[in-house]
Design a protein around this ligand. Structure first.
Ligand SMILES: N[C@@H](CCC(=O)N[C@@H](CS)C(=O)NCC(=O)O)C(=O)O
Length: 325
């Protein structure tokens, strides 16, 4: 695991010494937007028009951020328009790799060995972490975006004219509410599990785990009254949360020591996870082998033996019982 400095790969674990043991997530470096007509989007440069077979998605099936983009690609009918390369779950000295012997599809565009080569192909002197997801433009041969929260907004509507999609998970009327929900869920749950798991002091760990469970209690409460986070309508806020929840009992509970409770102890949250999991096309985006292997095998600083646990047994297929909310 490491990062690029001036285009050169350096094998380095996260720096937490200057932040009292707190893991601090780096901001994504590529922030362009695909738009219907190629005009500039919310940030970055223009010139990224929604077109078939122009864009490619690099993902890890283990990664909750990349998982969001795979879900939106599925729900918005983008599978025939946007290809995908899947990295190996093992993120080792060279970072994410395309080793097909350990579960990667290979880099179907360039045949690169490592994800950092995709970044330096876009920018030869790039400095920053080499993260997934990456949305690649085959025409300009560059990265459109490596920020999942923005990629899913592009997928939500930019290609509608080409796909005929009418599903809108970022509806105008609910935007303020969704932003508000996203904000505390991101800090305390999506990123919260990492802040607990990558903490290197007891204090940082304690604080983050407590905050995480306060938020999970709050979610349980919301879901006892409402079917989804923003009420009766399913929105992007639900999918952003889902990709963390589906990994929780298998990985965050054990590996990241988020173990005050398992999610199966929360009845509304567990029914909600099952409902989302059972929506058409979603189960196919969840790969528990990649998920467990990635975390337990790659983070040898946390799990030096690299033993991947056999359990827990998970059942996302049983009845969810949320129809009457
Ligand atoms: N802000 C990014 C975060 C992506 C991210 O951190 N992905 C992780 C995988 S779960 C990664 O690639 N980490 C590699 C690293 O930090 O070196 C997003 O949401 O797209």
């Amino acid at each position: 695991m490491g990062l690029l400095i001036q285009g050169k790969w350096q094998d380095r674990w996260y720096e937490t010494k200057n932040s009292k043991g707190e893991f601090i997530r780096e901001q994504a470096g590529f922030r362009n937007w695909i738009t219907t007509d190629g005009q500039q989007g919310e940030s970055g440069s223009g010139g990224f028009k929604a077109e078939p077979d122009r864009y490619h998605l690099y993902v890890s099936l283990a990664c909750p951020w990349a998982h969001r983009t795979l879900i939106f690609r599925k729900l918005m009918g983008l599978e025939s328009l946007i290809g995908v390369s899947v990295v190996s779950p093992d993120m080792l000295e060279q970072g994410w790799s395309f080793d097909s012997d350990t579960g990667s599809t290979g880099d179907t565009l360039y045949g690169f060995e490592f994800m950092h080569q995709v970044y330096t192909r876009a920018q030869s002197d790039y400095t920053g972490r080499v993260t997934v997801p990456v949305l690649w433009d085959k025409q300009q041969q560059t990265i459109v975006s490596n920020e999942s929260s923005e990629i899913i907004r592009m997928f939500n509507s930019a290609f509608n004219e080409l796909t005929g999609n009418s599903c809108d998970l970022w509806p105008e009327l609910l935007r303020d509410e969704i932003e508000e929900i996203n904000s505390w869920i991101y800090d305390t749950i999506n990123n919260g599990v990492y802040r607990a798991g990558f903490a290197t002091t007891q204090d940082a760990y304690d604080t983050n785990v407590k905050t995480l469970f306060t938020s999970l209690d709050r979610i349980e409460e919301i879901l006892s009254e409402h079917r989804y986070l923003a009420g009766s309508a399913l929105t992007e806020a639900d999918w952003r949360l889902f990709t963390t929840l589906i990994r929780f009992d298998a990985v965050y509970y054990g590996h990241f020591k988020c173990n005050l409770k398992q999610l199966r102890d929360y009845s509304n949250i567990s029914g909600y996870i099952r409902e989302l999991y059972q929506m058409p096309g979603i189960a196919g985006t969840v790969d528990m082998q990649h998920i467990k292997r990635h975390y337990y095998y790659s983070h040898d600083m946390i799990n030096p033996t690299r033993i991947v646990p056999l359990g827990p047994e998970l059942d996302f297929d049983s009845a969810h019982g949320r129809e009457n909310l």
